[in-house]
Design a protein around this ligand. Structure first.
Ligand SMILES: NC(=O)c1ccc[n+]([C@@H]2O[C@H](COP(=O)([O-])OP(=O)(O)OC[C@H]3O[C@@H](n4cnc5c(N)ncnc54)[C@H](O)[C@@H]3O)[C@@H](O)[C@H]2O)c1
Length: 356
């Protein structure tokens, strides 16, 4: 078996997890890091024993030793140029969501990856959440019968809302509901979304960042199934990067009610009061084990590259999710349902105004 060299661009929260996971994988010969924060770069280079540590990601793109790049930089305006450069250089790419900021950019990346014959996937980490994997299985193996409806409610803390809102104007649909839209569309394949109706509430985040606090999105599939996704980012702190999710998946023969609210572990200390550990979306390392989906997602990508297997999140699926959340933004803005596919002049994101 041939080992690969892997580069990580942007080693903040997610990139840190990707880098640590790659460094401990027996499939990886060398880890290479690009990060503009020199302190973080040094810290992670020491932790991972990185072969290369640079502040210029072009160094990794140009490095012929590197087979695959994982792109975890922010703000999200970096995703398209970084992925384009990596794919043009013939690297396999794992790109954190969002795929791009416009469908046009997304299409360009997808076509480029196909032309280059490389693996290209998008970080929809929740597909690797074990509870959610069970939803997919229960639909696929017929346990629930024919799908009827699905409801997902997802909330994250205001600290994360502030982190995201402080770097770019993207909506809760584009940044949070996107996980659930991707997940439900994947579960319900080959059905396709045909109509989106969304409403947004603006009480906390609008003045600070020009974005909404939460969005409720209804998606009608061509099979008649109706999906409801509600997502927001103004919860008070419960734990660093706390997230809480609830799902109801109803079919003709059964229902799956899924509690991922993370209320199963309560840590109470004199200094912090009550907190809910292990409650982030990507998960975290707990001594010798990883709790959460992002480690497995990273390993799956490395496997796909080394053993020439399919990626789990195909880029065209990420594009479909993107079209639905762009339609949700448009629907909230117009206060009216939006039919899919979007026409060319509707494809520009409603809320994106670049970095702030
Ligand atoms: N799948 C999930 O559960 C999940 C969770 C959080 C974030 N995300 C996605 O992952 C991405 C990263 O989020 P995060 O919270 O890790 O962000 P972060 O801000 O913690 O980390 C991003 C890093 O990129 C670095 N960076 C910026 N420009 C760079 C450049 N030109 N070259 C190299 N490094 C550069 C920054 O210094 C920072 O350290 C986001 O786009 C977000 O959408 C996914």
């Amino acid at each position: 078996m041939e080992k690969i060299d892997v580069g990580i661009i942007g080693t903040g929260w997610c990139g840190g997890i990707r880098a640590q996971t790659a460094a401990s994988s027996p499939l990886v010969a060398g880890v290479h890091l690009a990060e503009i924060d020199r302190i973080r770069l040094k810290e992670l280079a020491e932790q991972t024993g990185a072969v290369t540590a640079t502040t210029d990601y072009h160094d990794l793109v140009a490095d012929d030793r590197i087979d695959a790049l994982m792109i975890s930089a922010t703000p999200e305006t970096t995703h398209y140029p970084m992925a384009k450069a990596a794919l043009e250089a013939g690297k396999h790419v794992l790109l954190e969501k969002p795929l791009a900021l416009t469908l046009e950019e997304g299409d360009e990346l997808i076509e480029l990856a196909e032309r280059q014959g490389v693996k290209f996937t998008v970080g929809y980490s929740q597909r690797f959440n074990t509870k959610q994997a069970m939803v997919k299985r229960s639909i696929e193996d017929g346990t629930l019968g024919e799908p009827v409806s699905a409801l997902i409610s997802r909330h994250i803390t205001r600290r994360l809302g502030d982190k995201i809102g402080g770097r770019i104007v993207l909506s809760p649909a584009a940044m949070e509901a996107t996980h659930d839209i991707d997940f439900l569309l994947w579960c319900l394949q080959p059905a396709r979304p045909v109509r989106v109706y969304a409403q947004a509430v603006e009480r906390v985040m609008k003045e600070k960042y020009g974005t909404s606090d939460c969005m409720s999105i209804v998606v009608t599939m061509d099979s008649g199934v109706v999906l409801t996704v509600a997502a927001g980012w103004i919860l008070p702190p419960g734990y660093p990067n706390f997230s809480t999710t609830w799902m109801e998946i109803v079919g003709t023969e059964g229902a799956l009610l899924l509690d991922d609210s993370h209320r199963d572990i309560v840590l109470n200390t004199m200094s912090e009061g009550m907190t809910l550990p292990l409650s982030t979306m990507p998960g975290e390392q707990v001594r010798h084990v990883y709790a959460g989906p992002m480690e497995q997602e990273t390993l799956y990508f490395l496997d796909a590259v080394v053993f020439d297997r399919d990626v789990l999140v195909r880029p065209r699926e990420a594009r479909q999710a993107m079209e639905v959340y762009l339609a949700a933004d448009l629907s909230a803005e117009r206060n009216a349902p939006v039919d899919l596919p979007l026409s060319r002049d509707e494809e520009e994101p409603a809320l994106v105004a670049g970095t702030v």
